[in-house]
Design a protein around this ligand. Structure first.
Ligand SMILES: Nc1ncnc2c1ncn2[C@@H]1O[C@H](COP(=O)(O)OP(=O)(O)OP(=O)(O)O)[C@@H](O)[C@H]1O
Ligand SMILES: [Mg+2]
Length: 401
């Protein structure tokens, strides 16, 4: 798939920007603070339906928008998927008409001009985003990793984001009830409806994570071998908080450093297992006022030659593993959706050695369209610069050079 048009209104530094794109590689260049990353962020928004750099959508509204009672920031993307032209429009609306001191903020998403629920728009436009700060996927907290996998799964698995939001809501309700039971007591059976909801949505989330991690790992192993010249074997180790595999007889615990195959377990089995496990935790859960098992407590570890990269990986090893993960994501998305995702690379070249730069550019050449940013064109070979579109970004104005 590829983007043919991007139209921004009152978004970040751009009060208005209209860009028509060819189906190829576009390299945005310019000094610092000119708007390069903001353009990539806008394109990524069409895929993730949230910002890659802030959790607060208000920050995306142009600071200098005239102070009207109602102001709207807009990202509109037109793209071609399987030969069909489609549009996604995101409207961020600040409404100060009723309460100027505390304006209301809302978001609307339109697919082909029709207002939709956000969960129905996921997966229409796919992008793989690579930012320097993404090393937190490997080096950061379990929550960072869950968020990363949730983002890519929302883009690829129909219904995933719906299950995730239903799960999150039910979890908050169950935790609130646990608190009431701890503080004032009551019948534990009140937990049952929440257990059922958590098991139903949680099992589908877990099932999708199991299959996605196995598929991503399958893509990643040969890529990583190539990138490390056969020196390293990469493994993705899913550590669910509820373990569906039976312990082998006579063994106290499963060995930690092996990747277990859970791909044969059905969502129904997981649902029954989670439900039973939730019931066994009533006593502890009430004491802690928290639900102790479920996908919200899952963890994923990255191992290279059986060594945990978060704890023991060198800077270079982590960076290479991340590159592998991103390449695997591209081929996995192509496999799952039948379309190449758009590739978004923000200032990545500066982080890589010359060999890795070559590896990266070969993947850039594989997809239908890629957007790159760079302050310094010297990172690229003269042939690359000559062959591709190089667009200048200066104070929010974009010119094709
Ligand atoms: N909501 C906003 N309204 C107006 N301007 C904004 C808003 N948010 C960010 N900016 C400004 O937009 C400018 C461009 O930011 P951006 O991160 O896109 O630049 P960049 O070209 O990627 O720079 P760098 O090379 O440093 O990464 C910055 O000066 C930033 O302060
Ligand atoms: Mg930038």
């Amino acid at each position: 798939m590829y983007l043919t048009r991007l139209s921004l209104t009152n978004y970040r530094i751009f009060s208005r920007l209209e860009l028509d794109f060819p189906r190829r590689v576009i390299l945005f260049t310019g000094q610092n603070a000119q708007g390069k990353t903001s353009i990539l962020e806008a394109v990524a928004y069409l895929a993730n339906l949230s910002s890659i750099s802030t959790a607060n959508d208000r920050q995306l509204m142009n600071f200098y928008t005239p102070n009207e009672p109602i102001t709207v920031a807009r990202i509109l993307g037109e793209f071609v998927r399987a030969g069909r032209r489609q549009t996604i429009e995101v409207r961020l609306i600040q409404d100060a008409a009723t309460n100027p001191a505390n304006p209301r903020f809302s978001k609307q998403v339109l697919l082909d001009g029709v207002k939709k629920r956000i969960s129905d728009v996921y997966g229409q436009f796919n992008a793989v985003t690579f930012l320097p700060q993404m090393s937190r996927v490997i080096e950061g907290t379990p929550a960072d990793r869950r968020q990363y996998f949730d983002e890519i799964l929302s883009q690829v698995e129909p219904g995933y984001s719906r299950h995730l939001s239903a799960y999150t809501k039910a979890l908050a309700q169950r935790n609130a009830l646990l608190k009431t039971l701890a503080e004032v007591g009551g019948d534990k059976a009140q937990l049952e409806p929440w257990d059922e909801l958590l098991a139903r949505h949680g099992s589908l989330i877990m099932h999708a994570r199991i299959l996605a991690l196995a598929a991503l790992e399958k893509q990643a192993i040969p890529i990583h071998q190539r990138l490390t010249r056969d020196l390293e074997i990469l493994q993705f180790q899913y550590q669910p908080s509820y373990e569906p595999l039976k312990k082998p007889a006579g063994q106290m615990a499963l060995p930690v450093q092996t990747t277990l195959d859970r791909t044969g377990i059905s969502a129904e089995e997981l649902e029954r297992g989670i439900l039973a496990a939730l019931k066994q935790c009533y006593h502890a859960d009430i004491q802690r006022c928290q639900t102790s098992i479920g996908p919200h407590r899952d963890e994923v570890r990255f191992l290279s030659n059986q060594i945990d990269l978060e704890d023991f990986g060198s800077r270079g090893q982590t960076r290479t593993a991340l590159l592998t993960l991103k390449f695997a994501e591209v081929t996995w998305m192509k496999q799952r959706t039948g379309e190449w995702p758009v590739l978004l690379l923000d200032e990545i070249m500066a982080e890589l050695d010359p060999q890795r730069r070559k590896d990266l550019l070969s993947v850039v050449g594989q997809v239908e369209q890629a957007f790159l940013t760079a302050t310094d064109l010297d990172m690229f070979t003269p042939e690359f610069v000559h062959e591709h579109e190089v667009w200048q970004v200066n104070q929010g104005i974009v010119t094709r050079s």
